[in-house]
Design a protein around this ligand. Structure first.
Ligand SMILES: NC(=O)c1ccc[n+]([C@@H]2O[C@H](COP(=O)([O-])OP(=O)(O)OC[C@H]3O[C@@H](n4cnc5c(N)ncnc54)[C@H](OP(=O)(O)O)[C@@H]3O)[C@@H](O)[C@H]2O)c1
Length: 212
């Protein structure tokens, strides 16, 4: 599959490496593509601008920081009509103490905000919950044990994402539609915890019971 990744940081490079190793054709992007040539080559990816990567991908993976997301969206919008966009972003920013804080309201869903920003594309949320270091350590394509949850509305897209999660050496766990994606946004009981699929589903069920 051709995968265009918007961003070439921790998330972009990690999944580019994992997916390239499974035979996918990956393009990483940056606002300065010349600066990522070596890093992209090291993970088996091509390089381009955000627009080039969006045009290249059958699937587009959004992996930029939330404070640059609107700039990235402006660049990719002409190239993503009818495409699946896997949104890995978390609605976070750094605060004055060096910590991170949520930048969307408590009752807002990051998926709904992203859907409104990219109405011509099909949005999915995945890869938001696990720190790259955990994925590096626990990814195992032959005997995956670590769960990666996702949410998406379309059933064909559901299979595509589950396949890409498996190709990253993780176990896909379907949390339902985008309207049910609350647990994929921080803070949440499944956020940045290494869990098996059963453990993740148990936490999701408990959270659903608590919230009625
Ligand atoms: N790191 C994690 O463990 C982790 C885990 C789950 C989810 N996430 C989420 O994933 C997203 C990416 O995180 P990250 O850690 O990979 O960030 P990062 O290491 O800071 O990398 C962000 C990348 O985005 C690129 N970028 C920024 N604006 C761009 C634009 N308009 N067009 C193209 N590229 C652009 C940057 O490159 P240039 O500056 O060269 O353009 C950089 O390569 C964030 O929303 C984060 O919350 C991160």
């Amino acid at each position: 599959m051709k995968i265009g990744i918007i961003g070439a940081g921790g998330i972009g490079q990690l999944y580019a490496r994992l997916w390239s190793a499974r035979g996918h054709d990956v393009m990483l992007s940056s606002r300065n593509p010349d600066k990522i040539i070596d890093a992209a080559a090291a993970v088996g990816a091509k390089t381009g601008t955000a627009a080039t990567a969006a045009a290249f991908g059958d699937v587009v993976v959004l992996a930029v920081n939330y404070w640059t997301v609107d700039q990235a969206i402006d660049a990719i919008t002409p190239h993503v009509e009818g495409k699946l966009i896997i949104d890995t972003t978390n609605p976070l920013q750094y605060n004055a103490n060096g910590g991170v804080e949520r930048v969307i309201a408590e009752d807002e869903l990051a998926a709904a905000i992203m859907t409104a920003k990219l109405p011509a594309a099909r949005i999915a949320k995945a890869f938001t919950t696990l720190w790259t270091g955990h994925v590096e350590k626990h990814s195992d394509v032959d005997a995956p044990t670590t769960a990666m949850p996702y949410a998406v509305d379309d059933d064909v897209d559901r299979q595509t994402i589950a396949g890409l999660i498996g190709d990253a050496g993780l176990v896909p766990v379907d949390l339902g539609t985008l309207a049910q994606s609350r647990l994929l946004d921080p803070p949440s009981p499944i956020w940045n915890v290494v869990l098996s699929a059963d453990e993740l589903r148990a936490r999701a069920s408990k959270s659903a019971r608590r919230n009625g």
